[in-house]
Design a protein around this ligand. Structure first.
Ligand SMILES: *Cc1c(COP(=O)(O)O)cnc(C)c1O
Length: 451
């Protein structure tokens, strides 16, 4: 099942049934290393395709690149209020947690099959760097990442353009993020091209990425007393990927009291919870760009579950969305409200929260994580532990933080050379033929044939 999610990108993949972890297993997680918890959470999905010991080797390797031995440390801000730091990976955002493991899983599968793959992805900032970092040591995968020229931060761009390995390529497209995404979609729809270069994707609807994210819900909750005590989570989300991983954890037997959807001013999900209608209305740019999204692809996965896996219901909703830019949840609305709380943070809320958290606790949040804290304060329960997922390191968004606090956050020492290393990237026109030509040459590059 995991392999199907790895092999291609079409359709939204879900397992036939949810494996449930017994209470004593969850209890034991409290003292286990993160990589070992990952093995217990992921192995039920891989079955015999990947042995436990192979999975363990891959998880150990993936999480060795993290700057904190705990991989995802919990920080107590106030009584019962915690921050789960998911930003200790090589590109300082939570996407490393899944991507580092995904790269090893893909290499392993391709090795067994004697195949190579070409990953092409579009990024508005964080995914591209995480993919390039994860696959730079891959022997079987080439990566081409398209980013909108001049529209990602210096730190984000340099994370994509400074790795020197010949199998990873960053491409600045003269256009917007939507143009980049349209190019990727067009390449996937060009079947002859797709087969020629063995095209594959790693965007946030990739099922293996979601499964890998389930690990930290179990890890954090067990350290706070699960399964004997309920724990709540507030999750900064745009594409509904990170919060869907929390929902999966719940289906796998983790007692989660509240799952709080935290949005920025692009508040389509909180509005859906409040009104029962999913209604699109334009994206606005915020200080938390990785959540500037209107179409939450993974929300479709959740709706399928909420509808008791009735594909006909989902087809109806999606066709309404295509023709009217909205759909009514109807009987699914009470189900949604029972599963999730939600709140949105305005740009003022985010700035105020970052300032207050620094003054009160001496802790600097990044703007995405601040949305999580705002939503926790607005919609969170008073009883039991409440964990806010911190999805990025503040130094990844230094301009926003400096504008709010007056201080420029410093990059961790292991990234000391990032801002001075030599950059290497291609600038291409927003033209399918031009980009396909580049990808094809990258797939055939002589250094690949030699490996
Ligand atoms: C990608 C990203 C998010 C949102 O993740 P979803 O998959 O949309 O849930 C939040 N914060 C940061 C820093 C990100 O990079």
């Amino acid at each position: 099942m995991l392999l199907a999610g790895l092999a291609r990108d079409g359709g939204l993949y879900l397992p036939k049934s949810w494996p449930v972890l017994p209470p004593e297993t969850i209890r034991a997680f409290a003292t286990m290393p993160f990589a070992d918890i990952a093995v217990e959470v992921i192995h039920p999905f891989t079955g015999d395709t990947i042995s436990r010991s192979e999975l363990k080797r891959m998880a150990d390797e993936a999480y060795a690149s993290f700057g904190d031995a705990a991989v995802a440390p919990l920080v107590e801000l106030a009584p019962h209020r915690y921050i789960l730091e998911l930003f200790h990976g090589p590109t300082l955002a939570f996407k490393d947690v899944a991507m580092q493991l995904l790269a090893r899983l893909m290499d392993h599968v391709l090795e067994k099959r004697g195949q190579r793959a070409m990953i092409v992805g579009a990024t508005s900032g964080d995914t591209g760097g995480a993919a390039i970092e994860a696959f730079r040591s891959s022997k079987r995968v080439d990566v081409v990442i398209l980013f909108p020229d001049g529209r990602v931060s210096d730190v984000q761009r340099r994370m994509m353009t400074t790795p020197t390995e010949p199998n990873v390529h960053a491409v600045a497209v003269k256009g917007t993020f939507d143009d980049c995404q349209a190019l990727v979609k067009a390449m996937f729809n060009d079947h002859a091209f797709r087969d020629r270069v063995q095209l594959s994707g790693v965007n946030s609807i990739n099922w293996a990425r979601i499964v890998a994210q389930v690990t930290y819900y179990f890890a954090a909750a067990s350290r706070l007393g699960a399964p004997d005590k309920p724990v709540s989570f507030s999750v900064p989300t745009g594409n509904f990927g990170d919060i869907f991983a929390g929902y999966v954890a719940r289906r796998m037997g983790l007692l989660i009291q509240q799952l709080i959807i935290a949005s920025n001013e692009n508040d389509i999900l909180p509005r859906t919870v409040t009104t029962g209608a999913y209604a699109m209305n334009g994206v606005v740019a915020t200080s938390s760009p990785s959540m500037d999204i209107q179409i939450s692809s993974n929300f479709e996965r959740y709706l399928f579950e909420a509808a008791g896996r009735d594909a006909g219901v989902i087809r109806g909703l999606m066709s309404d969305l295509a023709s009217k830019q909205r759909f009514e949840l109807g009987t699914l609305w009470p189900v949604l409200k029972a599963d999730f709380a939600a709140a949105a943070a305005s740009e003022d809320d985010v700035a105020k929260c970052i300032r207050e958290t620094e003054t009160r606790y001496g802790y600097v949040l990044d703007p995405h994580s601040a949305c999580g804290v705002v939503a926790a304060n607005r919609a969170g329960t008073r009883d039991g532990a409440l964990v806010v997922l911190a999805t990025a390191h503040p130094a990844k968004f230094p301009d926003a933080i400096e504008a709010i606090t007056g201080n420029r956050p410093k990059l961790p020492a292991r990234l000391a050379n990032l801002m001075t290393d030599k950059e290497r990237f291609e600038v291409l026109d927003n033209d399918l033929a031009v980009v396909e030509n580049f990808v094809e040459r990258a797939a055939k590059a002589p250094e690949n044939a030699a490996r």
